[in-house]
Design a protein around this ligand. Sequence first.
Ligand SMILES: [Fe+2]
Length: 153
Amino acid sequence: MSNPKDNATAALVDSLNGLLADYFALYMKTKSFHWHVAGPQFRDLHLLFDEQAQEMFALTDTIAERVRKLGGDTLTSIGAIGGKSTIKDQNDTSLNAMDMVRELRDDNAALVASLKRVKDAAGEAGDNATDGLIDDWTDEAEERVWFLSQITR
Ligand SMILES: [Fe+2]
């Protein structure tokens, strides 16, 4: 990969794999909160976290297959996800419900910022398909941030 176009594509593949790792990690954290949340808002939060987790999981296949369509290799294992994810682990099962909501709000806001960087990389690589898809992924992530933000007001 020596010409600029190939370098740009390699950079896009790398950023898509990082994004995929973040989606898997945030899916797992959101599912954990779905399983462990407690308190007076249990039912609402239990259901909301499940909806949001399913929405993220549904995108993982699309992201991985974008990488393959670009000629790259994608993630292969939980270890590979851990090596590339920027989402911080949260293993405290007794975390306060509002602390869970705030943490997911901030993680999803960080995901929106990552999506912006991947979109820039798609533009550099001239990858119109990824560029177009990211707008929908961003709208979904911003909706998750909005829902979570409204709960903490
Ligand atoms: Fe469930």
